[in-house]
Design a protein around this ligand. Structure first.
Ligand code: ADP
Length: 256
């Protein structure tokens, strides 16, 4: 079996595959302060539930922000390469990828074999990441799935002019006070994030179907808004939060 560990800044994901590359098991949990202990605990849980022994793991690859701290993996590979490997496996033929995680977002252009041709990344500004949606969901007292559901596909998005997640939070309060509908403000928040991420994609010249991965891809309203802003078809990866961990397991197996 092969193990992929994605030690992200917000969540840690594990994917275990068999010798054919089929997913046998997955785990996700908050990364917290100690990424190594978190990865170990998730592995112990997965192994004990699935009756898997350490000796059955032929190779393990760690990726993500905390990858160098995850000593249980024999190799480290960047998230960009792992996302590309995961997308190439899940959606073969798709040459463009957007990943939105908890504290960064990336646009990646792949070649026909799934190798990374070019990429652009934002890890400086929270307004271009899942953190932005978390802050706004908190403001409205909604869970992340409720926030996605409240985006109102029919609503005309309200323009959010702030370029910073903290200022945008204040702006949302003012917009509510001015009497804008909650659905329209939430649609505006999704539009604002989509525009920010689209800038990365446009920088790389995206001009075909786009794969969408990362935890924020669990939000269907975000996928719809990205498709609208990019004017391109957006295909959400199956189990999108595990794309990089899957890619890591596939790379451990020597695939891609
Ligand atoms: P990272 O790899 O950077 O740690 P993830 O790819 O796991 O991050 O994404 C985490 C983000 O995914 C969170 O910030 C949150 O915005 C989003 N997210 C997680 N679960 C959901 C959900 N059920 N619906 C919508 N968004 C979600």
């Amino acid at each position: 079996m092969y193990l992929g560990i994605d030690s992200g800044s917000t969540t840690t994901k594990l994917v275990l595959t068999d010798a054919t590359g089929r997913v046998v098991s997955r785990r996700v949990g908050p990364t917290g302060a100690d990424c190594e202990a978190t990865a170990e605990a998730l592995w112990r849980d997965l192994a004990s539930e699935g009756g898997v022994r350490d000796t059955q793991i032929k190779a393990a690859v760690a990726t993500g922000y905390g990858r160098r701290r995850v000593t249980m993996a024999g190799r480290v590979v960047t998230e960009i390469t792992c996302h590309a490997a995961g997308v190439h496996h899940l959606l073969p033929g798709v040459r463009f990828l957007i990943d939105i995680g908890g504290q960064d977002s990336k646009a990646v252009r792949l070649d026909a074999s799934g190798a990374v041709e070019d990429f652009a990344m934002n890890d400086k500004c929270a307004a271009g990441t899942g953190r932005f949606l978390e802050v706004i969901a908190g403001k409205f007292g909604l869970s992340l799935s409720e926030l996605a559901g409240a985006a109102g596909p029919e609503a005309v998005p309200v323009e959010i002019s702030s370029t910073c997640a903290i200022f945008a939070e204040t702006e949302v309060i003012s917009l509510l006070a001015e009497g804008h509908a909650r659905e329209a403000i939430i649609a505006g928040v999704h539009q604002s994030l989509a525009r920010r991420v689209a800038t990365l994609a446009q920088h790389l010249g995206f001009d075909g179907p786009v794969a969408f991965s990362g935890g924020v891809a669990l939000n269907a309203a975000m996928a719809a808004m990205l498709a609208k802003v990019l004017a391109l078809p957006v295909r959400t990866c199956p189990e999108p939060q595990f794309t990089a961990a899957l890619g890591a397991a596939l790379l451990a197996k020597g695939e891609s």
